[in-house]
Design a protein around this ligand. Structure first.
Ligand code: VTB
Length: 332
């Protein structure tokens, strides 16, 4: 059959660009992987930021960073509001976490990734760098079976019922923080298991979409808001469910959030409000992890593994890169 390409020019650009994002996260991952195990979080992060920014600015997009390394007055690179791309293409929102899990990378332990999302302009929530209450599950469940405002027990029991298993066969993923002591106890009281992670909750949320591989059914707890938007983008592509609420518990945080366009400080965002438009998300492993293998330096070849999610089609691609452009990569 002769498949006609009936996509609109904008979609075509997005379709082509989705593969370009691979290059961006690959470069960031390779740059930060050179700092693995050096105990220097800042240098690892900076290397990822520099590489990601350089590669982003080569793309034919008119991009605006909506989730970035910080707010403008702190003057980091890839700050919120920074224009990226060569300005010659479509207007898009860009969300970046050039090195998600800086501590994991600095200690060379599993789970650090380079991750970014690109979406239609104005469709990614411009979240300030505050905490966010989050709940996420993977695809295949009826809408609304878990809720951010329900008790942990109600959520675990409802999920177990929908999955057709006992609560003891459910595993929740939670960031290992003192603030989660009560949450962890409440989940365990249902009989469910809790896997604790030290960092890296973008991947943590994504784990719920592949329970057979990761063993994770649900993500619960408080993590960073920017990571919440990135995770929501990935989840939108594969059809899970997620809710988040910004924690705006001081005047200063509320002021910052209002300045970024937040109207209701107590709003419970669902996945489609965190990432409302067509979105592409790419992530490359820095250290080895359940989601992605880390960068391997093998003599003349650098190997990377990247996953790319596209919401328009729900396609998930895993791309193993072998890089031989040594002069180019040695710039990192
Ligand atoms: C999480 C985690 C990140 O921040 O969002 C966490 O996924 C939340 O902040 O990797 P605290 O560390 O203050 O709890 C990170 O650990 C770092 O951005």
């Amino acid at each position: 059959m002769n498949r006609q390409l009936t996509v609109m020019p904008e979609q075509l650009i997005e379709r082509v660009l989705s593969m370009e994002l691979v290059r961006v996260t690959e470069r960031a991952a390779v740059a930060s992987a050179r700092w693995r195990g050096r105990g220097n979080e800042k240098a690892a992060d900076q290397a990822a930021v520099d590489a990601m920014r350089r590669e982003l600015n080569r793309l034919p997009i008119d991009g605006t960073v909506v989730i970035g390394e910080g707010e403008r007055d702190e003057a980091p690179m890839l700050f919120i509001g920074e224009r990226v791309g060569n300005q010659a293409g479509p207007k898009v929102d860009i969300a970046v976490d050039p090195l998600e899990g800086t501590t994991l990378c600095a200690k060379d332990i599993p789970g650090s990734i380079a991750v970014m999302a690109m979406a239609e302009a104005g469709t990614l929530l411009a979240a300030p760098d505050v905490y966010m209450h989050k709940i996420a599950i993977g695809p295949g469940y009826p809408t609304g079976i878990v809720d951010l405002d329900a008790t942990p027990a109600d959520n675990i029991n409802a999920l177990a019922k929908a999955k057709g298993v006992k609560p003891s066969e459910i595993t929740a993923l939670i960031l290992d923080r003192p603030r989660h002591q009560d949450l962890i106890a409440a989940v365990r009281a249902t009989g469910a298991g809790v896997r604790l992670i030290t960092d890296g909750d973008v991947a943590g949320v994504i784990f719920t979409t592949m329970p057979a591989e990761t063993g994770i059914d649900i993500y619960l707890g408080i993590g960073a808001a920017p990571e919440g938007v990135l995770a929501a983008g990935a989840l939108r592509c594969v059809g899970g469910q997620m809710q988040g609420r910004l924690i705006l518990d001081t005047e200063e945080r509320r002021t910052r959030a209002f300045a970024m366009g937040v109207k209701d400080p107590n709003k419970k965002y669902d996945m489609k409000e965190l990432a409302s438009g067509d979105v592409v998300v790419a992530a490359t492993g820095v250290t080895d992890g359940a989601l992605l293998s880390g960068v391997k330096f093998r003599g003349n070849v650098i190997e990377t593994e990247t996953v790319v999610y596209r919401s328009v089609t729900g396609t998930v691609r895993r791309i193993r890169g072998e890089h031989r452009e040594l002069s180019k990569f040695s710039l990192d």
